[in-house]
Design a protein around this ligand. Sequence first.
Ligand SMILES: NC(=O)c1ccc[n+]([C@@H]2O[C@H](COP(=O)([O-])OP(=O)(O)OC[C@H]3O[C@@H](n4cnc5c(N)ncnc54)[C@H](O)[C@@H]3O)[C@@H](O)[C@H]2O)c1
Length: 439
Amino acid sequence: MKITVIGTGYVGLVSGTCLAEVGNDVLCLDLDPEKIRILEEGGIPIYEPGLQEMVKRNVAAGRLRFTTSIEQAAHHGTIQFIAVGTPPDEDGSADMKYVLSAARNIGRLMTDYKVVVDKSTVPVGTADLVRETIAAELKLRGIDVPYSVVSNPEFLKEGAAVEDFMRPDRIVVGADDEQSILLMRALYAPFQRNRERLIVTDVRSAELTKYAANAMLATRISFMNELANLAEKLGADIEMVRQGIGSDPRIGYHFLYPGCGYGGSCFPKDVKALIKTAADKADIELKVLTAVEEANDAQKHVLTGKITAHFGELRGKHFALWGLAFKPNTDDMRDAPSRTLVADLLAAGATVTAYDPVAMHEAQRIFGDEPRLRYGDSPMACLSDADALVIVTEWKEFRSPDFDAIKAKLKSPVIFDGRNLYDPKLVRGMGMTYLPIGR
Ligand SMILES: NC(=O)c1ccc[n+]([C@@H]2O[C@H](COP(=O)([O-])OP(=O)(O)OC[C@H]3O[C@@H](n4cnc5c(N)ncnc54)[C@H](O)[C@@H]3O)[C@@H](O)[C@H]2O)c1
């Protein structure tokens, strides 16, 4: 099939590449010429395990191409995926300007039947808006070209995006005409050969499903974070509680890890957007989700609270920071808890040396030339002259460090662990002060 993917970011690049991998003819459009330049020169603009090799293979096979030409993109694909960003607007609602601009471009240039697929996470009612936007452009041109609009939200996880796309748990397709449903079934058949994973719904239910999924996961995290803070005060160990409740199949172990708050490009903005949609479009206050968001905002300061409680005055103190990305296996730092922590520490007059396996260039972009934030070449290199080690991202390489070496390098043997990586008995047994979450 001929496919255009509009927006070549985390979702667009992975989707386009995986669709090419199974034999489709894919053209990825982005308006950012730098991204397209990097891709055309054989690089990839993001860190995502397994993606670079797959991009190379499909480019070499002639099935995957990149462009900044809106015209070329509009003419190429019968299926036009919209995978542009939907960042939060000032009031928390999803900013739809990129989605609608993509829709306008399709309407302005299309000459034959198109299935326009919303893959971006978009509020309920967006498919209608996309349909109207295209209709308005066709009307301006005085022509009538058939098209369908489908909602096909994406559930991939950064860090495991290729695997998630190639072996999805489910593929949600919201559509109301048979022709586009048939086409989507054929498009996704190669990704579900051992059992049917396609869930066909009406368009609005598909749009809401994506927000419901992220809202549920965020709720589990905030719930566990609150319980962790409680466990700490009551002298209980949240890790034992987690195992005790996770073993109940109605609850399960996934997404029950307490920590220093959720971040990333999805949960924070999607929770906000759903609260806003409910208030504006349905006059409903989503009380649970409002609390989820408040709890998370507070949790992002939990490490600062522990550090301040331990040291008192932070002016002149120096901290080693392990982990900048919002989670392991990605360089994404959008809404990452590390950003809150670094901002808190710098504001309190402290200095920081940070290490992350892949996100340091992103941190440099975000924090610019901040002289009080430096970067280490390795986890151990950050520790020199530091008053304590603070862990924010659970990268594998942090899981089994040389505690003797840590103790020897730090000015005082203190670890603040925002991800509960270590056995408290073991670390404390080595004569270190260990301050995890809820233990
Ligand atoms: N990142 C994730 O893990 C993830 C997972 C599921 C769903 N989503 C959703 O997918 C959407 C995209 O997210 P992302 O993380 O890939 O965003 P991103 O910011 O990485 O990529 C979006 C890209 O779209 C480009 N763009 C913007 N307007 C354009 C236009 N009119 N034409 C062509 N290109 C345009 C931008 O230059 C950018 O490269 C969002 O709605 C997000 O919520 C993201």
